[in-house]
Design a protein around this ligand. Structure first.
Ligand SMILES: Cc1ncc(C[n+]2csc(CCOP(=O)(O)OP(=O)(O)O)c2C)c(N)n1
Ligand SMILES: [Mg+2]
Length: 798
């Protein structure tokens, strides 16, 4: 790198540090929050990464690289994009405000080309690893083109390494021979609360090397390296190496005079080193001591350039100072620290930036035109914003399978996937499945037998080669379409998040389907939420679920997942009871996950169906009798919108039973037994409490805003039901899932479901235990709506 370019980078680093500091100051002092809360946590964390991010974005990165930025370095990211011309001043002035630049980089809410959202620490880091795997998957299929060698880069805090999901990802990455991932640890030796433990870098180094990564330790900046060559330099280096983190931070905070006193006290009697120290002014001494490699552009650029020469994953441990270049530098309490107006004034005049010109991108630089020219040729931004798209893959008109007399939804799912595997079209080729060690037990076996497992290198199934009979062929090849994962569910959701962003990151559409045992959604929940927040698109199949998995073990029963499905933004949740419903919903799901229209509500369901999203299917291993019927367009639409009448209530109905999922036989039985004692009983099959509820909320909002004719699907279904009629709701999950149905048109409602878990037994035992069997439903119905005694209701022995 020639001197001119280096000079430009030095200026840009100062601009980035200034703009990010000013942005946060402005958010607090010029545009204070109504509630008086201060925006802490950004100034010191941002300054820590300002040099590394300058080196990366303005020199080392290529346009095909993708970056996850440490959450609290968001202002640095926005400042860089502002200098590139990709971010507006208005949004910066409105940092952390409504529709302003986001506090943490956000793919969905920011407008300045964010690659990966971050915020919940650890997740963005692992996301880069899974994106590397996705890039390799596309390369193996011949879909990646020349851009298939991008570096997936995470900039992470040293305390972020505490998050377990990072280690889970490392192990998975090793199994899949991950390439082209770079993690840059901002080793400022500070977390939110305090200073981190001594010698952490040694643990990190050993861990990364163990997983097959290169480790590059960036400790001494070029000033330090030069000083070490002077007489006495080795003594100074030894002192630096032995200095505890706390003390180094404290001295950094105190500045030149404190450094001098300490160094002279401890090593000043050693002739040459005292002269080395004495030759420098206080200011020069402070600059030397804080010249760690993470703040040294030449050292950083050299390291990034060297790493670009190969595709091995690299962990850079870059020593930095939290609050570098600011008066907050090094103080252990600086995470929430904010510079005072006085301190900011001093910084402003030192740069120098004129009052009233704080936002100007080229204020205070020596040669604005030269810097503009430099920015124009920066490789990373040369081709403009890097967000891609891919056309939708046509989904077959219908997905069909042979439906047996009695089946479970999980079985149906396996058959549907098998049917897809036999297709010879782009749709089937773009499906990619993944599962955390439950591939076979969630019924993906037939799909995998046909489409194979994915690996960078071919690996034959030894059992097959040895002619040992086995139901499943476990062949790995680059052409395979199943990503086998270890048990960690966090990894499943991060894998889905990466695969599900393929169209946007790599310009190639994938249709990802992940399976897991339903209760373990909770294990990976933050990663699922993260994937949805990034607008990744995928289908998850949670199976088996509820207490219906009965003898499988009480500890595996899921109660809360239907509520998670309803509450999770960006995820449409379904719980079909029958296989023909599942086929209808899965067809919809493959289409829905490819949509990206604007958010105008659908006129019939009042759902934001044009926008699309991900889909969750909650399923069961319980084999139940299947209806013999053909599904017309109208019925299919109702199933997708969330409910249909399995038995329409008559005009004088006294009771309605609304059920979801595997308890369908109990609901059907209860309707039959109730028929003698209650008139016109109706049976409502709820396939998606989530979509029914969302449509209802949207229609209410629309009416409140003046669209008086807005009616949602559930309002139309229940609109004609007499007001004296009671509703009994039932599902194998938390009763609150359907309890709101009574509020739609003001029907009294009793909601049955499961509130406790952990007891094993047969399905019959457990349904009886929780009162979701036919008798439980009858009891609820009898108590809810007065009328003739229900003959079939057995007395409960007291
Ligand atoms: C999952 C999660 N837990 C807690 C937090 C709150 N938090 C934000 S930053 C931080 C500490 C970060 O320390 P480090 O990663 O070293 O970054 P630095 O502050 O040094 O820049 C914590 C605990 C979070 N963002 N995400
Ligand atoms: Mg830190």
């Amino acid at each position: 790198m020639n001197d001119e370019r280096m000079a430009a980078l030095v200026e840009l680093e100062r601009k980035v540090r200034w703009l990010s500091t000013w942005m946060i100051h402005h958010a607090n002092h010029v545009r204070p929050n109504d509630d008086g809360l201060k925006v802490g946590g950004h100034q010191a964390s941002s300054a820590s990464l300002s040099t590394i991010m300058t080196a990366l974005y303005f020199a080392a990165l290529h346009p095909e690289d993708r970056i996850a930025v440490k959450p609290h370095a968001s202002p640095v990211f926005h400042a860089i994009q502002y200098l590139f011309g990709n971010q507006t001043r208005e949004r910066l002035e409105n940092f952390r405000g409504y529709k302003g630049a986001q506090s943490y980089p956000s793919r969905t809410k920011d407008a300045d080309d964010v690659d990966f959202s971050t915020g919940s620490v650890g997740l963005g880091v692992a996301q880069t690893l899974f994106s590397s795997l996705t890039q390799d998957y596309l390369t193996a299929k011949g879909w990646a083109g020349d851009a298939g060698k991008g570096k997936m880069v995470a900039l992470l805090g040293d305390a972020e390494m505490d998050e377990g999901n990072i280690f889970e990802a490392l192990l998975e990455g090793w199994k899949h021979d991950v390439r082209n991932t770079w993690w840059v640890v901002d080793y400022n030796r500070q977390s939110l609360d305090a200073v981190v433990r001594e010698g952490l870098w040694e643990r990190f180094e050993a861990i990364f090397r163990n997983f097959g990564w290169d480790v590059v330790i960036l400790k001494y900046g070029s000033l330090q390296q030069q000083a070490f060559k002077e007489p006495g330099g080795e003594e100074l280096r030894r002192w630096i190496d032995e200095c505890p983190n706390q003390l180094y931070s404290a001295l950094t905070f105190q500045g030149g005079a404190a450094w001098r006193k300490r160094l002279m006290d401890e090593i000043g009697d050693q002739g040459p080193v005292s002269r080395l120290i004495e030759r420098r002014s206080d200011e020069e001494l402070a600059a030397l001591m804080s010249n760690l490699a993470g703040h040294d552009l030449p050292a950083l650029l050299e390291a990034f350039e060297a790493a670009r020469k190969h595709d091995r994953p690299v962990c850079f441990i870059a020593y930095t100072v939290k609050g570098y270049g600011l008066p907050l530098a090094g103080h252990k309490d600086n995470h929430a620290g904010l510079m005072t107006p006085g301190q900011l004034e001093t910084l402003r005049t030192s740069l120098p930036i004129r009052s009233g010109h704080e936002w100007e991108p080229f204020e205070g630089v020596k040669d604005a035109q030269a810097l503009r020219d430099f920015l124009k040729q920066v490789p990373f931004n040369a081709k403009g914003p890097r967000r891609k798209s891919a056309p939708a893959i046509a989904v077959p008109e219908s997905l069909e399978v042979e439906i047996a007399g009695s089946m479970s939804t999980q079985q149906g799912f396996g058959l549907l996937m098998h049917a897809i595997s036999k297709r010879d079209d782009a749709f089937a080729d773009r499906v990619v499945t993944t599962s955390p060690d439950v591939t076979v037990s969630t019924n993906l076996g037939a799909w995998v037998n046909r489409r194979g497992l994915y690996a960078r290198e071919e690996m034959a199934d030894v059992f097959k080669a040895e002619r040992i009979p086995s139901t499943f062929t476990w062949n790995f090849a680059p052409s395979g379409q199943h990503m086998e994962l270890g048990i960690a569910e966090m990894n499943l959701f991060l894998m889905l998040s990466a695969l599900g962003l393929s169209h946007s990151l790599f310009g190639e559409r994938l249709l990802p389907v992940g399976t897991l045992y339903d209760p373990f959604i909770e294990r990976g929940l933050d990663a699922l939420n993260y994937a949805c927040y990034q607008d990744a698109r995928f289908i998850i199949a949670g199976t088996p679920s509820g207490v219906t998995l009965a003898p499988e073990g009480g500890a595996h029963q899921s109660i809360a997942t239907p509520l998670i499905g309803m509450a999770q933004d960006g995820l449409a949740s379904f719980e079909p009871a029958f296989v023909d419903e599942l086929a209808t919903i899965m067809r919809f799901a493959f289409d829905y996950l490819q949509r990206d229209g604007e958010g105008e509500p659908d006129e019939t369901s009042w759902l934001r169906d044009a926008v699309g999203g991900s889909v969750y299917l909650r399923m069961s291993t319980r084999s139940i009798e299947q209806p013999r019927r053909s599904i017309d367009e109208r019925l299919a639409e109702d199933m997708v919108n969330g409910a249909y009448w399995l038995r329409k209530p008559g005009p004088n109905a006294q009771t309605i039973i609304a059920y979801t999922g595997a308890v369908a036989p109990e609901a059907i039985e209860a309707v039959g037994l109730l028929a003698e004692a209650r008139r016109d009983v109706g049976l409502l099959a709820v396939t998606s409490a989530d979509r029914l509820n969302a449509g209802w909320n949207a229609a209410q909002r629309a009416r409140e805003e003046g669209l008086v004719h807005a009616r949602s699907h559930v309002e139309r279904l229940l609109g004609d039901v007499p007001s004296h009629c009671g509703i009994v709701t039932v599902l194998d999950g938390h009763p609150a899932t359907l309890a709101w149905l009574g509020s739609v048109c003001g029907h009294r409602t009793r909601s049955l479901g499961v509130e406790h878990f952990g007891q094993t037994g047969t399905i019959a035992d457990l349904y009886r235990h929780y009162g979701i069997d036919a008798q439980g439903i009858l009891r609820a119905a009898a108590a809810l709506t007065p009328g003739r005694p229900v003959r079939h209701l057995r007395q409960i022995a007291v």
